[in-house]
Write a new protein. Structure first.
Length: 289
């Protein structure tokens, strides 16, 4: 197996794109992140990892992307030789001195790599989240809240929407980014026109964002409603409205990730037209004792 580390995102994209597009919705995480790094490299740390593993015939078997300090993301281009490819990737990562905080990818793939990495490093992998990838091609309108509407977030709202982003991350993963980083990312989203709120009586009561656009789709994420405003249908109405806006703009589909430990959100998204396409598992590697 041959492992190639790419310093140029365009070259990595050229090598992996055909494989990513075979299941564009399911592969939207690694594909959309590759596109983001290519278009906005200034928004990422300079030490982005881009790797492709090829067999003796030159066929792509495995691809990996990591934007430190975030997890390694894996993609299997084929099943033949996949175990050997993971070993080759682990060898190359260790030889190059890469620190891997965790791994995310299709459930079986990420689980196999987590076990392999643990054997080599002595770290004990912890399953951080069991996720499901959903795809929507037609919105089923949910019951609407008594009042309010979707609109783009505004510059004057950057700080409190960054607060909401911090609260979202604490709820979703038990920790939050550095405040200045959250503020910067919120500013980027507002500048890009990718952050939306549901406004009721002149005040935002829920938010969501679009992210990781691909050739035909885009991801909906960062769905958050403050505790006092929950159970009023704001998030459902907002996600449905933003999803419809994306379809109306020419996207063929929208995707989103859910935490399978939260049955409420999984049910809500299915009610507005999202259908499951596969599962991802995210593992974290705490430092070895």
């Amino acid at each position: 197996m041959k492992v190639t580390f790419y310093t140029d995102t365009r070259a990595f994209r050229a090598r992996t794109l055909d494989s990513f597009l075979q299941q564009e919705a399911f592969n939207g995480l690694i594909l959309g992140l590759t596109e983001n790094v290519m278009v906005h490299p200034e928004r990422y740390a300079p030490d982005v990892l881009r790797a492709a593993v090829e067999n003796a015939s030159g066929d792509l078997v495995l691809a990996a992307l990591m934007t430190p300090p975030h997890n390694l993301i894996l993609h299997a281009a084929q099943q033949d030789g996949l175990g050997e490819a993971q070993i080759a990737l682990a060898d190359a990562l260790q030889s190059a001195g890469w620190q891997v905080p965790g791994v995310n990818g299709p459930a079986q793939l990420s689980g196999a790599f987590a076990r392999l990495w643990a054997q080599r490093t002595g770290q004990t992998p912890a399953l951080a989240m069991h996720e499901r990838v959903y795809e929507l091609r037609r919105v089923v309108p949910p019951p609407q809240p008594p009042s309010g509407c979707m609109r783009l977030a505004q510059e004057a709202e950057i700080e409190f929407l960054a607060d909401w982003s911090q609260a979202f991350e604490v709820e979703a993963i038990g920790a939050a980014r550095d405040w200045e980083d959250l503020l910067r990312r919120t500013r980027f989203r507002i500048e890009d026109g990718s952050l939306f709120v549901w406004e009721n009586e002149g005040q935002p009561v829920s938010m969501t964002a679009t992210t990781r656009p691909t050739r035909s789709g885009i991801t909906i994420g960062l769905v958050y409603t403050p505790t006092a405003q929950r159970r009023r249908g704001y998030a459902s109405a907002l996600v449905a409205a933003v999803s419809q806006r994306m379809l109306d703009s020419g996207r063929q589909f929208c995707t989103l990730f859910t935490d399978l430990s939260n049955p409420t959100s999984n049910a809500i998204y299915q009610q507005i037209g999202y259908v499951p396409v596969g599962d991802f598992d995210e593992y974290r590697f705490p430092p070895a004792a």
